[in-house]
Write a protein that binds this ligand. Structure first.
Ligand code: NDP
Length: 253
């Protein structure tokens, strides 16, 4: 049995599907009170119902990380319901594929805003109280694309690279404060990512994978693999800091 003497309220963004949903379930089952944030609240309500059924503590609040007011309202609602937040899993994300010179600048900027500034809004909302209490964890869900860029995902690659830069700076700035910033960097994972692409966008990405040899092995991981990695990071005992963890599908034997 997993014993957790301390109660550690935890936020998971992008909890309505994929890696976020698996992470919320995993942390709730481990005894963390969880706050679920995303735009599709009906999905969050379903997830919350199953967490409650299993005896977990959970709260749902609508969240659009690209909207500052939404982040502020989310943070207020979560703290009112669960108390001071000790762990934030900044996981919300999306990819809008396109050829770099054809992607309009507004769309490019919007993707950077989601990936980088969205995560920074969470930092602003939750980290000051963590620093004050001298205890906290922020996990940034990055992507292998941050370090091995894929074509037709220039804004996503720039965004995740930028996100990791922000996280590294934060690690140094917060050294000695008791607040740990960590990067979890997933490789290809089955999720709903890409299900909103139109035919042309999907064709761009799939052709590129073949043309540039990016699909050397076509296996994808289940979101649970990342949920387990995230739990490992936030469960690290005090005195230990898992700065970065990259998780990839195993190559076929
Ligand atoms: P999914 O599409 O299944 O999940 C993405 C989640 O992000 C959804 O819950 C979505 O919820 C949420 N989201 C998107 N935009 C916003 C927003 N503006 N505000 C709040 N929530 C938002 O994909 P994954 O589970 O795969 O993605 C999770 C993370 O993992 C992302 O950061 C992604 O970049 C990263 N990743 C994924 C990989 C993969 O192969 N799948 C590989 C490497 C990294 P809603 O639409 O309800 O708001």
């Amino acid at each position: 049995k997993y014993d957790r003497p301390d109660r550690r309220p935890t936020v998971v963004t992008g909890a309505s599907s994929g890696i976020g949903a698996a992470t919320a379930l995993t942390l709730a089952a481990a005894g963390y009170p969880v706050a679920l944030g995303a735009r599709r609240v009906d999905r969050l309500d379903d997830l919350a119902a199953s967490i409650r059924e299993s005896g977990g503590e959970v709260v749902v609040s609508p969240l659009d990380v690209t909207d500052p007011d939404s982040v502020t309202a989310f943070a207020a609602e979560v703290v009112a319901a669960l108390g001071d937040v000790e762990t934030v899993v900044s996981n919300a994300g999306a990819v809008a594929p396109g050829t770099i010179h054809e992607v309009d600048s507004e769309r490019f900027a919007a993707e950077l805003d989601l990936t980088i500034t969205g995560a920074h809004r969470l930092v602003r909302a939750f980290v000051p109280a963590m620093v004050e209490r001298r205890r906290g964890d922020v996990v940034f869900v990055s992507s292998d694309v941050a370090v091995r860029a894929r074509p037709f995902m220039s804004a996503y690659a720039a965004g995740k690279w930028g996100l990791e830069g922000m996280a590294h700076a934060m690690q140094m700035e917060l050294e000695g404060t008791g607040v740990r910033a960590s990067i979890v960097r997933p490789g290809p994972t089955w999720s709903e990512m890409g299900t909103d692409w139109d035919v042309d966008e999907a064709a761009l990405v799939l052709t590129a994978w073949e043309r540039f040899g990016l699909a050397r092995h076509p296996h994808f991981m289940k979101p649970q693999a990342l949920a387990d990695a995230i739990r490992f990071v936030v469960d690290a005992p005090r005195g230990v800091h898992v700065n970065l963890i990259e998780v990839n599908p195993e190559a076929p034997i």
